[in-house]
Design a protein around this ligand. Sequence first.
Ligand code: NDP
Length: 442
Amino acid sequence: MSDQPRVEIYTKEDCPYCEKAKDLFDAKEIEYETYNVTGDDDRFEEMVERANGRKTAPEVFIDDELIGGWDDTSALDETGELDEKLGIADDGDDDDVVEHRKLIIAGTGIAGLTAAIYAGRSNNDPLVIEGDEPGGQLTLTTDVANYPGFPEGISGPDLVNNMKEQARQFGAELKNGIIDTVDADQRPFRVELTNGDVYTADAVIAASGASARTLGIPGEDELMGYGLSTCATCDGAFFRGEDMLVVGGGDAAMEEATFLTKFADTVYIAHRREEFRAEDYWVDRVHEKVEEGEIEIMKNTEVIELHGSQEEGVDHVTLVENEQGHPTDRLDDPETNEFEFDVGAVFFAIGHTPNTDYLEGTGVEMDDEGYLRTQGGDGGGQTETDVPGIFGAGDVVDYHYQQAVTAAGMGSKAALDADEYLEDLERADSSVEEAEPAAADD
Ligand code: NDP
């Protein structure tokens, strides 16, 4: 369409956030041009120059204006400003109810998409709201080797895209957007998106996953996207030949460190205590890389500051080390050693926080970290929260297993539980309807 603004997206190969950016514009039916910077030095230089020194893809431009990477683009989308820039902002009354749905599913990760497949097959006509990380965390994973049925493994984005296709085949509708609030004081529930769209729904499945944690240390805000990243798969290749630091001691840290050896001069892992949380499989793989001289492990070590600039990227970090572990809790201990350490890129792999803010005020019980409490146990109703009609599945509930296959299992349970709830609701409604004419006859 010629009257839409010109949208340009710099992309690279194996870049889940680039796919998310493209999905976002596809969902808005906006045409765009893409420039792949992988292996094209001139394009890469052009991107860096136009993006004021940023070296991460995607970089999005609208009519030559720098919008930024995926985080910036989705943040603008959340406030509705992206639609304004694209000339597609809804100028109607924000408070108008757009549509009533039997079932709204929050999230298009593995849990949400599995719920959508099952709910579609049960004729519950699910509307799936993509959330601010469409496709969920698996879109950031290169190879998923342990999802049953794929003996050769499958890439995270491929698995998610297959599930999206399967969900659509069964009648699920996927909509780009982020749920801002769910009002449980009224039935049907009132579900408001951050762009002002409002739906009503008889049931809601919360499958909105969890987002990457950060440390909140000096330098973090300035350098995020300029050498600091929470996604090695996305950004590792940009720092080819540099020394890289991975922070964390779980499976993600081990997997990312192993992956980064493809690009890095040396990968350093900083972990705050002596024992790794990661399973033996990953620790063994990391130790193989240590033997080969590609990874060095720094135990009982934490980062307290990042140094660098948006023009030059990360230059060095300040680390603290204490052999008793958790050195930031022992900064006054004379045994705590503080030192500067040169690295060209830093990757945080320190876990995730559940995305459950939009359920605050609904009465759904959560733990201190924001994970939803569901019924659990044996028999039906395991995914019920303590608000009838709101169900939870995947990483918003599960702080322990957090596997794609367990998320899928919980997604299917939530759809089955929601189906039972919706059937009960329908039965109750129809018995009221039958009783009313009888009462009028009296
Ligand atoms: P985890 O919660 O398992 O690990 C987080 C790591 O970060 C821990 O080692 C933790 O240290 C450290 N950490 C947390 N907060 C801080 C902080 N403020 N400062 C310093 N270090 C910190 O998260 P992951 O993302 O690694 O894994 C989540 C789930 O996903 C797990 O169930 C995991 O098995 C799964 N997964 C599986 C993969 C695979 O098998 N392919 C790959 C990636 C993840 P401490 O140990 O001291 O708490």
